[in-house]
Ligand binder design. Structure first.
Ligand code: MLT
Length: 403
């Protein structure tokens, strides 16, 4: 008799954004004429930049000619894209990497989930609470999280990020082997300073831990001197892996392209994690299409940079509208300055899912309940700044009107 991975049976309900989609679908079926504004999942709404489209068109034409047609690409990505990443995202910030430390992939979600393949299932994992659910659920699937009891996984270390600590994790009492950090943070929109990241890097090096650093939202950093990469911190190459994405930076949520940096200096148990990830990717992944990689590379051209900056500015303006509008309506709001997410306290201690339902039913606005990101997210909702500007303004007005 075939046995299944029984860890899947321990997972509670469905994936957060699937559950939200289910509730929203039920609502729209019951209210077909209602005009719903979706500020739930962080999905972009602006079209791809003209430079990206032009590069992809050109690449499509190349694929249509015998002389320039391409089959399987280099397994870890084309050098034209890796080189552009190296120059613009790292060298320009004073970080020296080797080109083959960059692995092109189809998404930071898949990479942050798949990275667990190279780590022992006995490792102790620390996550922020609240947290992007992919880190938790994928570790649960691997058997690293233990059992789900009273809204918590028994083997995970939760690092509460609450109002009292400025929504930043503290070094935990028990030493973790794997530490997931995400800055700018999803869902809370907070950032970590150089000094704060240095504490984590020193800690990970001293204890032999690995930091899994998700910086998918780095393009939204507005304040100067906030690090965009963990590798801006001295010593990080010996203890960290970094995940980046074109999804939010350049509107690639539906196009799919991202990359992960695994430094060669990162060694654990006598093994190079770079070599393990290369082995894992070459076995289980066949790369991102040439057309999409050409589109991603166009992001780094002068026109591409200008165009994506304009789009990011548009979303940042939405963030300002949400932040200021909800705050004027009497709600306590956080984030939204260096990140496309606004973390909002529910009024009068209302539960997250109750407030989510109220906003859906009375204001016809979709948000994300904070409790879906972990126990410390209870009493909050998250709003995304990735909506259309007009709809975002309207959503804020509708929320203000029902409060
Ligand atoms: C989110 O809403 O948290 C993100 O869109 C999810 C993701 O990037 O996978």
């Amino acid at each position: 008799m075939t046995k299944i991975n029984a860890n899947f049976l321990k997972l509670p309900g469905s994936y957060l954004f699937s559950e939200i989609a289910r509730r929203v679908n039920a609502f729209t079926e019951a209210n077909p004429n209602c005009s719903l504004i979706r500020l739930g999942i962080g999905d972009v709404t602006l079209p791809l930049a003209p430079s990206v489209i032009a590069a992809m068109h050109e690449a499509v034409d190349e694929m249509g000619k015998k002389e320039s047609f391409k089959g399987y690409g280099p397994e870890f990505g084309y050098d034209f894209l890796r080189q552009a990443i190296l120059e613009h995202d790292y060298k320009a910030r004073g970080v020296e990497l080797e080109i083959d430390e960059i692995f092109i992939s189809d998404g930071a979600k898949s990479d942050t989930g798949n990275i667990g393949d190279i780590f022992c299932t006995d490792n102790i994992v620390a996550v922020c609470d609240p947290v992007y659910p992919v880190y938790v659920d994928t570790n649960a699937m691997a058997g690293r999280a233990g059992d789900y009891i009273n809204n918590k996984w028994s083997r995970l270390i939760y690092m509460p990020c609450v109002e009292e600590n400025g929504f930043l994790p503290k070094i935990p009492e028990q030493v973790p082997d794997m530490i997931y950090l995400c800055f700018p943070n999803n869902p809370m929109g907070t950032v970590a300073t150089r000094e704060q990241l240095k504490v984590w890097v020193d800690y990970a090096r001293d204890n032999g831990s690995v930091i899994l650093f998700d910086s998918a939202y780095e393009a939204f950093i507005s304040e100067p001197d906030i690090p965009h990469s963990i590798f801006e911190i001295e010593g990080a190459k010996e203890c960290a892996i970094e995940f980046r994405s074109f999804s939010k930076t350049a509107g690639f949520t539906g196009t799919r392209c991202a990359y992960t940096v695994v430094p060669k200096a990162l060694v654990r148990d006598g093994a190079s994690l770079h070599a393990l990830w290369a082995r894992r990717q070459s076995t289980k992944f066949n790369g991102v299409s040439y057309i999409v990689q050409r589109g991603a590379a166009a992001v780094y051209t002068p026109d591409g940079q200008r165009e994506i900056r304009e789009n990011i500015q548009y979303y940042k303006e939405n963030a300002r509208v949400i932040r200021e509008g909800l705050s004027a309506a009497g709600l306590k709001v956080y984030g939204g300055v260096n990140a496309p997410y606004i973390w909002c306290k529910t009024p009068n201690g209302t539960g997250s899912w109750d407030f989510f339902d109220r906003l859906l039913n009375e204001a016809n606005v979709v948000t994300t309940p904070g409790a879906g990101f972990g126990p410390s997210g209870e009493g909050y909702i998250r709003l995304t700044a990735f909506g259309a500007a007009q709809a975002t303004k309207q959503a804020v007005e509708r929320i203000a009107a029902i409060l």
